[in-house]
Design a protein around this ligand. Sequence first.
Ligand SMILES: *Cc1c(COP(=O)(O)O)cnc(C)c1O
Length: 385
Amino acid sequence: MNRIYLDNAATTPLSPEVLEAMMPYLTGRYGNASSIYDTGRDARRAIDDARKQVAGLIGARTNEIHFTSGGTESDNWALKGIAFARRSKGNHIITSAIEHHAVLETARWLETEGFDVTYLPVSASGIVNPEDVKNAIKDRTILISIMAANNEIGTLQPAEAIGAIAREHKIPFHSDAVQAAGAIGVDVNAWQVDLLSLSGHKFHGPKGTGALYVRSGTRILPLLHGGAQERNRRAGTENVAGIVGLGKAAERAGMMMDENAEKITRLRNILIDGITGAIPHVRLNGDRTNRLPNNANLSFRYIEGEALLLHLDLNGIAASSGSACASGSLEPSHVLLGMGLAAEDAHSSLRFTLSEATTHEEINTVLAILPGIVDKLRAMSPLAS
Ligand SMILES: *Cc1c(COP(=O)(O)O)cnc(C)c1O
């Protein structure tokens, strides 16, 4: 059976070009970038090149890019590093109710350390209102953290408007751009963002790689103490091969962005229109147009997303119900609930996320198989009668 992978928000396949770029650093070119002899300098140069590639993807300067172990570390570092660096100035943090768990759980932990967190609500399509950000600001607000694009529903947030408000009030602004980076244009200066998280494995790079952009002049405490790596901000011998892979993936994503976004959006729309046209009682979750190119999140009335997911899997199709971290638990998605969906509609949601590798034929296969699965499950559902 040909497997069809439509869960690219959870992770993406490593690009062969990226693997090829990494291979020498997993084999013969094994130097430690802190060593001053030849093989060490070789590793240092590779890291410097990758830093340029990642900076280029988001319009940053190279010295503002700090390599991390991924999106989770970048989010943890941004929130904890700023919260503790600015503790004498205040203890209030503003974020949204629909952030990824890497931000939400960090914010909750900071609450146990004496910080006060405001979790802003979102509209029915999952968008934070910049006016709400403005109204939530207090004298003791020390950080605003609002994601660029949501991982479950793909909705894009008004980063520029929020950035302008943060700048006006001189409050550092962090954005979790893990889903946005590599998929849509990200520009740290247009957004006036001070910190930004990204992750390699969400754009065909290796897992366990990521970066935190920190605007020059922003004071942040380290999460990891030890050696002087990453300008004294993130200790530990660099994951040279991983960093090289992240850099290559960033370069690729930047070069192919317009072409990929157009192709993926077209296929995604064929998928959404095909499903809503063929299956009754389906709703699209999130904003129809103001969303990531690759995201289709739909609720299928009267059935459990989990049941749909399992039947699709039996047919060789990988999708997601709720976010990857939430699946396995019976808690409905905090994002869908945050948008005001009833618990049963949240439970009946299914997320398809495409990538540059997705083909029209694969979308047609899904459209051929899905209505039958939905019919069968609804026929068994006590809710549907
Ligand atoms: C995947 C993801 C993360 C976590 O990134 P990892 O590299 O998997 O730790 C954080 N935020 C968002 C929005 C994500 O989609």
